[in-house]
Design a protein around this ligand. Structure first.
Ligand code: SF4
Length: 414
């Protein structure tokens, strides 16, 4: 996409405080792992983070590391090391790039924060709400580090969430407690859990507000900005610093709206992005769409860190609900309704579906949904083949042609 006249990508000023906060977060983990000043838990991205934090763990998220491996473009060189161990090139490339990073002792955290390695875990906690890969991923580290592995096994393809679903899940959350008590040598303090959940819920509200500001036309933020600024909502939910950060960011975006500052100059088209980002191509994609006055204003991905059911009176039921009501857990009917509402709310002109080779869980084009939605909504769409981290699965030329065709279709219809 290099021959495009590059549009100016407008820098969000809050990026500075966000990077400082992420730096603080990693330095605390590094310190804890080196000195033993706090226990470290590894958690899947939509795993039981609040419960872990209530026990005083510092929480590290390997998927966040996976995204860093993708955006730093180290992933494609590291994946073969995991493949050689029997982890197929067809399974989650966060998993294979992260395991490759461990095997080859290379991490982007060294360059970014001077960390020699990722922080070693005292416990590993997963939730299969997003996929089975996370369980296999953490099982690898369980064997490597010989620490307890705990998890919640969530059903997938769920329509309505029923009492039967919830009873089983609440039981599973409660079953994590004795193991975490054993690892930390402390009892669960329910008041502390409620405090952490309250903070996490405030973070959800702040992050949702940021994403919803993009309903404004022109939008002051793009999906590509969102993938960067979601960092605190992923790794620091339950910590008040994340709440404060989203106040800063939303104030900046509201000021942009008041001043008529658009993320994409002369915004003409508004797109929805379904599926994973291509981490190693974020900037290229932002520039491609920006050059065509198209703003990708909303996405399934960025909205995945909104957990409104945490507000429930009972903390265990709140967690069980919040981590099961997610888009990725739900059936096609729910997803179609959800996308239909997003198209309406954000004034979408066209949809981009990323068929991510190694993450079928986050690809929603494989069972006819783009075609059904196109018939229903009368909007053009494109499905492109790629991957979140493995750039060997991505064709620059083909993707560019497909994106171009989508924009041209809109011009023709206008
Ligand atoms: S949801 Fe997809 S990207 Fe995330 S861990 Fe699972 S397979 Fe990997």
């Amino acid at each position: 996409m290099s021959e495009d006249k590059k549009p100016v990508i407008k820098k969000i000023q809050s990026t500075g405080p966000m990077r400082a906060l992420m730096g603080e977060y990693f330095m605390e983990l590094d310190e804890a792992a080196k000195t033993g000043s706090a226990k470290v838990a590894w958690c899947t991205s939509v795993g039981p983070a609040e419960l872990l934090r209530a026990f005083g763990f510092l929480v590290y998220f390997p998927e966040n590391h996976g995204a860093l491996l993708g955006s730093s473009r180290l992933a494609s060189d590291l994946i073969p090391a995991a493949n050689a161990l029997g982890y197929s090139p067809d399974i989650c490339s966060y998993l294979t790039s992260d395991v490759g990073s461990y095997l080859k002792k290379q991490t982007p955290l060294s360059r970014a924060f001077g960390m020699e390695t990722v922080p070693k875990p005292d416990v590993l906690a997963y939730n299969t709400n997003q996929c089975r890969d996370v369980q296999d991923w953490f099982s690898f580290y369980q064997r490597e580090f010989d620490v307890p592995l705990v998890g919640v096994d969530t059903m997938r393809n769920v329509g309505d969430i029923t009492k039967d679903h919830l009873d089983g899940l609440v039981g599973q959350y409660k079953a994590l407690v004795p193991v975490l008590e054993e690892v930390t040598g402390t009892r669960l303090d329910l008041d502390r859990l409620r405090e952490v959940i309250r903070s996490s819920y405030q973070c959800t509200l702040g992050w949702k507000k940021v994403l919803r500001i993009a309903e404004q036309a022109p939008s002051p933020i793009t999906f590509f900005d969102g993938t960067i600024h979601m960092g605190p909502a992923v790794v620091l939910r339950g910590d008040d610093r994340a709440v404060a950060y989203y106040e800063t960011l939303s104030a900046e975006l509201e000021a942009r709206v008041a001043d008529g500052v658009a993320a994409v100059e002369d915004e003409k088209w508004r797109f929805y992005w379904d599926g994973m980002p291509v981490w190693g191509k974020l900037r290229d994609h932002a520039e491609f769409f920006g050059a065509r006055k198209a703003c990708v204003v909303a996405s399934t991905y960025c909205n995945s860190w909104i957990f409104e059911d945490l507000a429930h009176d009972d903390p265990f039921e709140g967690m069980a609900r919040a981590y099961t009501e997610l888009f990725i857990v739900r059936n096609e009917e729910f997803k179609e309704r959800y996308l239909t509402n997003m198209v309406r709310d954000y004034g979408i002109n066209g949809l981009v579906y990323h068929d991510s080779k190694t993450c079928p869980n986050n690809a929603n084009n494989r069972y006819g949904m783009p075609q059904r939605l196109a018939r229903k909504l009368g909007l053009p769409y494109v499905v492109f083949q790629g991957d979140l981290n493995d750039l060997r699965m991505y064709s620059e030329e083909q993707t560019r042609t497909q994106f171009e065709a989508l924009v041209e279709q809109l011009h023709e219809q206008a």
